[in-house]
Ligand binder design. Sequence first.
Ligand SMILES: Cc1cc2nc3c(=O)[nH]c(=O)nc-3n(C[C@H](O)[C@H](O)[C@H](O)COP(=O)(O)OP(=O)(O)OC[C@H]3O[C@@H](n4cnc5c(N)ncnc54)[C@H](O)[C@@H]3O)c2cc1C
Length: 359
Amino acid sequence: MGGGPGGLSAAIALRQNGHRVTVFDCAAPPIDKACGEGLLPESLPLLERLGIPVSGLGLRFHGIGFSSDTASLSAAFPAGAALGVRRAILHSLMVERAETLGVHLRWAVKAVHLAAEGISVNGTTEKFDLVVGADGQNSQIRKQAGLHHCREERSRFGFRKHYRIAPWSPFVEVYWGCGCQFYVTPVGPDEVCLALLSRDSSLRIDRALPQFPALQARLGGAPATSREKGALTVSRVLHQVHSDRVALLGDASGSVDAITGDGLSLAFKQSIALAGALSAGNLAAYGVAHRELNRVPRAISSLLLSLDRYPALQRRAFSSLERRPEFFNSLLGVHVGEKSFSDLLSWRLLGLCREFLCS
Ligand SMILES: Cc1cc2nc3c(=O)[nH]c(=O)nc-3n(C[C@H](O)[C@H](O)[C@H](O)COP(=O)(O)OP(=O)(O)OC[C@H]3O[C@@H](n4cnc5c(N)ncnc54)[C@H](O)[C@@H]3O)c2cc1C
């Protein structure tokens, strides 16, 4: 259930392992969604493993920069590049791959519910051994399967808009303001995607931009190439992501704040883990893998949300990191899965703590 990037990657991974798969979605392709459109470096080999060609697609970027009114930090990815790509383009490629593999795709299907032996479509039951709920943040399958109980849940509001302008940085730039952030992802040689994240449901891109004069000057009146699109971004941890015959995946299975840029790569990793668990006839292994896959993104998400919530903490953290750029590098390495948290627990952390307490 759900033919977004999560549902399609799961369908492809399951089909690659020989399962027969049908995807139902209430919308029809190309499905666009508010997204920052950055794929972290670890996503690219995963997409290739799923048979989705990434060469020549979108635009590569090579690191992440943070700037606020008091600090400016940046770090390159330790290895590999990330990719900025328009959502609808990625979606079309995934649909094409699923079709080639023989996944049965059913678009614009309404009134689909979980039933005892599969799912019910307009009152008629269709039998399935397993239902994968990949129907996004507001998952109905999650509720119908009784898997909606959360350990934690925090929501913010996200908006995105594209502009016709040559990207001015090889990095994704995150601009930190008061209670909100903008981030800019290069998605083509002459296009960027601007995403706004905030706790204020009424804040929109045009109203927030004047708070960020440096970004506004960079955009310099570039024409918009899309209409503003919004979505909730939710940090949610569920107690359980599967039952005997239902598995949740992607945003339906719990998610991290969009500022991490982790949602898509998590969905791809979960899809490969689910296919592996099913081939081993051990759905419980998916629950274990899911918890492990989400551990670091959740920690990074909590850290970044604390910086959003507490401006004084943010100022001190950024000023310490500015003086210890190697620690920002290491944090980015952990974020993109190329280093572990234990790599941070060294003299570097002690040095950073000293800087932090003395700043
Ligand atoms: C503002 C913003 C910026 C983001 N930036 C990034 C980023 O830069 N990088 C990144 O990796 N992630 C980012 N994310 C997160 C990313 O967009 C999600 O993690 C990703 O879309 C999850 O994919 P999904 O397939 O699980 O869910 P979705 O993309 O939401 O897809 C769910 C699908 O289910 C279908 N559906 C829903 N309900 C039903 C129903 N009842 N019946 C049938 N079908 C249904 C929908 O039509 C949709 O096609 C961002 C999110 C936001 C909000």
